[in-house]
Structures are given as C-alpha cells and as structure tokens.
Design a protein around this ligand. Structure first.
Ligand SMILES: *[C@@H]1O[C@H](CO)[C@@H](O)[C@H](O)[C@H]1NC(C)=O
Ligand SMILES: *[C@@H]1O[C@H](CO)[C@@H](O)[C@H](O)[C@H]1NC(C)=O
Ligand SMILES: *[C@@H]1O[C@H](CO)[C@@H](O)[C@H](O)[C@H]1NC(C)=O
Length: 395
C-alpha cells in the first residue's frame, strides 16, 4: 500500500522523460548501432526485489505505437529469450556472440517491454535471496513493475497497452491482467498468450491424442490406453487411479519427453543430438506454483471487451494446440467467425498461416508447422498475426 502511494506521488510530479541512466548507448555484437532507443535497468518492486527490464522503443513512431509487455514462462524462463531468440529487434546468431537485425521484430510496430520475472530469473534478484514465491505474489510484483515502468517513462502513460506472453505466461498474463484491469490509469487494450499453460487436465488429456495421431505411439499402446483409461467414449489420461492406465500414460510421457524428440517442436532436431543420457535428462519443465483459476481471469477480461488472443504453434508438445483449443471451447463464448484458415504473405505469395476461430473479443489461432516458440519458428506468420492483433483487424 505504502509503495503505491509513493508511486502516485512521483507520478504527479512526472514530466520527466525516459531514465537517462538506463539508456543503452552501445550494444556489443551488432553490425551497427540501432536507430531506435533502448533502455535496460531495474524496477524496484519491493524493498527486497529488483526486476530487470529491457525496453526497446518502436521503430515506427514510438509516441503513437502501443506499449507491449512480454513475459516468457517457465516458471523461471528469462524474457530475454523472447527478445534475443524470438521477436526482438536483433537475434543471437549461431556463433553465440553476434547479433543480427530481425526484419520481423515486434518492435517494428510496438514499444516492447521485456521483463525478467520473478526475482531469481536472469538479472532479476532479491536482496535477502529468498526466492520462494507463488503465482499471486508474482502477479503483484509484475503489476508493481508496470507501475514503475509508467513512473520512469511517463511519456507512455496514455499509449495503448497490451500484455503478452508464452507458455507459463498462460498463468502470468491473465493473473496480471486481472490487476491491470482494475487500474484505470493503464490503457489496457488486450492480452495475447502463445502456447499457454491454461489447464493441466486438458493439456495432459489432449497430448495423448496429439501423440497418437502424429505417429508417436503405435497401435498396440493406443489400444492399451483405450482399454485402460477410457469408459463410454471418455478418456482420462490425467489423473486416473487405474494403475495399468497410469503405467500406459507413463509410457506416453517417456516417448514424448524422454525418447530424444524435441518436445517444443516435433519436427525440429534435438539440439546437440540425442544423448544416451536422455532418459535421465528428460524432465517436464512446468511446475504448478499455485492454484489459479485461469478460466475466471479470462472471463473477467472478455466481459470488459478487451481483445484476447490465444495462439498456438501446432507442433509443440509442451503446451499442445489441442489442449488450448479445448480450453477456449470450454469457455462457451459466442462464435463470431467460424473456424477458417488465415493467410499471410511470405514475400512471394499468400500462404495458409494456420486456422482461426473468433468468438466475441476472443480468438483461438493456430500457427501451422510451428513449435512452442512461434516467432522463432515462423517469424513472418507470427509478425502478421501480432500486427493484426494490435491493429484490431480480422486475422
Ligand atoms: C520466503 O518467502 C516466502 C514467500 O514470500 C515465505 O513464505 C517464507 O517464509 C520465506 N522464507 C524465509 C526463510 O524467510
Ligand atoms: C503467496 O505468497 C504471499 C506472499 O508471501 C502470501 O501472502 C500468500 O498467502 C501466498 N499464497 C499462497 C496461495 O500460498
Ligand atoms: C481428477 O481431476 C478432476 C479435474 O480436476 C477432479 O475433478 C477429480 O477429482 C480428480 N480425480 C482424482 C482421483 O484426483
């Protein structure tokens, strides 16, 4: 409470520009320094916690471009992944040292704020080194970070604002949105989540179908799964108490996560090659930190007419498209545009980017042939989708 009051006082005084000390004046590794401004520094969200940010201004009229927050998931992934390997203005090259400009950068049309959250991730830290947290606390600290952003960059206070993220961002973004929606000083317009974790139950149940119909399981295991996990046409691959079913689901998990496949993109090679240790190394990376009722958070946002986009690369197995499609369908919103292909121009011709189904204020969209990190795998399609999302055009 006290911190909020302090923020407001500073806010009232604020006709300061961007924080001079945070401006990046020279970035090593680039062929030539950028023409847009960029900043890196800390948002001091509590006495103890300091969250690192990297803010890249829009390459097109920053004063009138929207501001977009990006959060990678994990929990525990750095949002610099998003900046330096997905949709930032420059991407790390294979040599690991140099950067090259990305023609499909999301900062072509938006002021992009990359936040490393929670404390303990990347350059973000806590003075008392207590890194125990939960989803509620994370969303509060992310909200306080946004308040700090608008205090330090008052020139962006009235710009349109969007919350975006990926993977465990399926938890971070709606929980943060719920706080931002209650703050009328922030001009929130919409939220987008890519390959988001929205429901563990739907994610686990859908993954088994995904794996079978992408040729990973074979008929014998599929028959066993049907026999041991399904009744009256309904299957439970999530929390069945049947021991044979649990064993079969374990076999699926071994194939998907531990056999040497790339779980983030079925059709991509395994980085570094398949190791004989892969059985021991395989680990599901998503942990349930708290109890979230993501469904509730989504319903709050569409009722207030925010634009919501749930998009999925359709060959990801960490948060597969089918689970998120079932999740969006389970919300039972009114359909506005029936499921159809969406198109993008690849430089030569119009191509199918994937499929989209639009509900009132809510769209579910797939990106054909993309894994978990959509802008990395399909940069042109991802940029087209992002641009239509921000400009409120049909996909
Ligand atoms: C660390 O922080 C968590 C959550 O804020 C708290 O519950 C816990 O008691 C703290 N642990 C220590 C050792 O202070
Ligand atoms: C989350 O952490 C906050 C702050 O430490 C604490 O007040 C709250 O009870 C925790 N919530 C849950 C669900 O553990
Ligand atoms: C399985 O999960 C469902 C949905 O969350 C829940 O209603 C049910 O009680 C769970 N069953 C068991 C045995 O844990």
């Amino acid at each position: 409470m006290r911190l909020l009051v302090v923020c407001l006082l500073f806010g009232a005084m604020g006709v300061f520009g961007a924080p001079e000390a945070d401006e990046i004046k020279y970035l090593p590794g680039l062929p030539k320094q950028p023409s847009f401004k960029q900043y890196s520094g800390y948002f001091h969200v509590t006495e103890n916690e300091h969250l690192h940010y990297w803010f890249v201004e829009s390459q097109k009229d920053p004063a009138n471009s929207p501001v977009v927050l990006w959060l990678n998931g994990g929990p525990g992934c750095s949002s610099l992944d998003g900046l330096l390997t997905e949709h930032g203005p420059f991407l790390i090259q294979n040599d690991g040292n140099s950067l090259n400009y990305n023609p499909y950068s999301w900062n072509m049309i938006a002021n992009m704020l990359y936040l490393e959250s929670p404390a303990g991730v990347g350059f973000s830290y806590s003075d008392n080194k207590n890194y125990t947290t939960n989803d509620t606390e994370v969303s509060m600290n992310n909200y306080l970070a946004l308040k700090e952003f608008f205090r330090l960059f008052p020139e962006y206070r009235t710009n349109e604002f969007y919350l975006t993220g990926e993977s465990y961002g399926g938890i971070y973004i709606p929980t943060l949105a719920e706080r931002v929606m209650e703050d009328s000083s922030i001009n929130l317009q919409g939220i987008a989540v890519g390959n988001g974790m929205s429901s563990y139950e739907l994610n686990d149940n859908s993954l088994v179908y995904f794996a079978y119909y992408h040729g990973l399981l074979g008929t014998s295991l599929w028959t066993d799964l049907q026999t041991n996990c399904c009744k009256d046409g309904k299957c439970n691959f999530y929390n069945s108490t049947d021991r044979t079913c649990s064993y079969n689901v374990g076999q699926v998990a071994n194939i998907v996560y531990r056999s040497g496949l790339n779980m983030y993109n079925l059709y991509a090679p395994c980085p570094g090659g398949v190791s004989t240790m892969s059985e021991e190394n395989g680990q599901l990376v998503i942990y349930d930190l708290g109890n979230n009722f993501i469904e509730h958070e989504f319903s709050v946002s569409w009722n207030q007419k925010y634009r919501i986009l749930v998009y999925n690369g359709d060959v990801d197995m960490a948060c597969n498209f089918l689970g998120d499609e079932w999740f969006v369908e389970s919300l039972q919103q009114q359909v506005q545009v029936k499921r159809r292909t969406w198109l993008f121009f690849n430089g030569k011709s119009q191509q199918v980017g994937g499929f989209v189904k639009e509900f009132s204020n809510l769209a579910f969209l797939t990106v054909k042939g993309s894994g978990h990190m959509v802008p990395t795998d399909k940069p042109i399609a991802a940029y087209t989708m992002f641009s239509r999302f921000l400009t409120k055009q049909p996909y």
